[in-house]
Design a binder for this molecule. Structure first.
Ligand code: NIG
Ligand code: FE
Length: 412
């Protein structure tokens, strides 16, 4: 699709244009163009609107998707929180969990994240590249063209760098855009001889300078929770990383409330999980620029309550939705299924759920995206249906027929 290409006609073209970044949304606020098309040139949207008008205005265009099928198009999706660089699996944890042991009990008895650290340390950089590419391909088939990917299963200089270099290499090989995040502060590894504060100092002194030097990540994350890092050490770590120019995000309130207040106070770009976020924090989100990221895949994986998205939105928060795709708490990785189930449980409008996996997810990553306007990157996904609402109504069973990005068209 290198030359000028007219894509369509689409029975509906959902642009996600003109919507507020924060707060509740009604479906009637969505801009839905009917019998519409998109003119793509050099990977950007040259024009969009009525298909027949575009045919007249751009008679020199090549045509794509002009196949008489009932189809709709919308911005491709953004998964703003994943851990798709991992080795091994955690099926043992799963069988223990469904038999009644909690995630924190399994972690305390030596399983959990530590198990994946052992397996990821064993994997070569090339093996990790292969695993990331396979997972990115699955996501592309789900209509996702941007994926945030965290390190955090290496937990020492050598293996954190191996993970981040693998993410960088994979990014060069996949059409999907991968955005790396340094999560050396996932937990204190079993073999680190020292306190939690000393481990964070080790990361700051030994690991972060190499990451900055090699430009392996511009974002950093920390897991604030019992058994991971407490609020006091996390605050010092976040302040230090901010001084070094990193955007900060945090895993907070997954099992206990409190961490999200720290994330908001420290001006984090996002605060993620929030299953146990209290009313006071919901209000604070509404007055802050920190995006509240719900991870329904972790609630489903652990059999736990969902993030209070309705309350967050009604308090004027910016709410994004991501998969948290990882081998422990969230092995499913299916964004649409998870967003649909979250929407049904939390009573989110279709507009709110869509915003959460498009432009509000872009906001969590502080990137442009998730909106279709003239001049924007032409990243969009096509579904064979006559009504975009079917995407969530069918709870993930309606799959995209094509995804377009970087002037390439991927048909499934
Ligand atoms: O987002 N909560 C902390 N970290 C991940 C889980 C990682 C794992 O269990 O391997 C999460 O749920
Ligand atoms: Fe996570």
């Amino acid at each position: 699709m290198n030359s000028k290409t007219l894509c369509g006609p689409f029975k509906q073209l959902l642009t996600m244009n003109g919507l507020p970044l924060k707060g509740p949304l009604k479906d009637e606020q969505l801009e839905v163009l009917t019998n519409a098309g998109i003119v793509v040139q050099d990977g950007k949207i040259l024009d969009l609107g009525s298909y027949s008008d575009l045919e007249n205005i751009h008679p020199d265009s090549e045509k794509n998707f002009n196949n008489n099928s009932e189809q709709i198009a919308l911005p491709s999706f953004i998964d703003c929180h994943t851990h798709i660089c991992w080795g091994g699996n955690r099926v043992n944890d799963y069988s223990m969990r469904v038999a009644g042991k909690s995630y924190l009990e399994i972690a305390a008895s030596g399983g959990g994240i530590s198990d994946t650290v052992t397996e990821t340390r064993k994997a070569s950089e090339d093996k990790l590249v292969e695993l990331i590419l396979d997972r990115a391909k699955q996501h592309l088939q789900r209509g996702i063209t941007t994926i945030e990917v965290k390190s955090g299963y290496g937990l020492n200089l050598e293996d954190e760098l191996k993970m981040l270099r693998a993410i960088k290499k994979a990014n060069e090989k996949t059409p999907v855009r991968l955005i790396p995040t340094f999560l050396g502060a996932h937990i204190k590894p079993k073999d680190f001889d020292g306190s939690h504060a000393e481990y964070l100092d080790y990361l700051l002194d030994e690991v972060v300078p190499v990451i900055a030097e090699e430009k392996l990540a511009a974002r950093a994350d920390i897991f604030v929770e019992e058994g991971a890092f407490d609020i006091d050490v996390a605050r010092i770590y976040a302040k230090n990383l901010k001084l070094k120019g990193f955007d900060i995000t945090m895993h907070v309130d997954q099992f206990h409330p409190g961490g999200s207040k720290l994330a908001i106070e420290e001006g984090c770009v996002s605060a993620d999980h929030l299953e146990f976020t209290d009313d006071e924090s919901c209000e604070l989100f509404g007055r802050s620029e920190t995006v509240a990221v719900a991870l329904p895949g972790a609630s489903l994986g652990l059999g736990m309550q969902f993030t209070p998205c309705r309350k967050l939105l009604d308090n004027n928060a910016c709410v994004a939705i991501a998969t948290d795709w990882n081998p422990g708490s969230a092995p499913m990785g299916d964004l649409i299924t998870q967003a649909a189930i979250l929407g049904a449980s939390e009573k989110l409008t279709i507009a709110e759920t869509l915003a959460g996996i498009t432009f509000r997810a872009a906001r969590a990553l502080r990137i442009e995206g998730g909106i279709l306007r003239k001049g924007d990157e032409a990243n969009f996904t096509v579904f064979e249906t006559d009504d975009f609402r079917n995407i969530f109504y069918q709870q993930g069973q309606l799959k995209p027929s094509a995804t377009i990005m970087n002037a390439q068209s991927f048909e499934f």
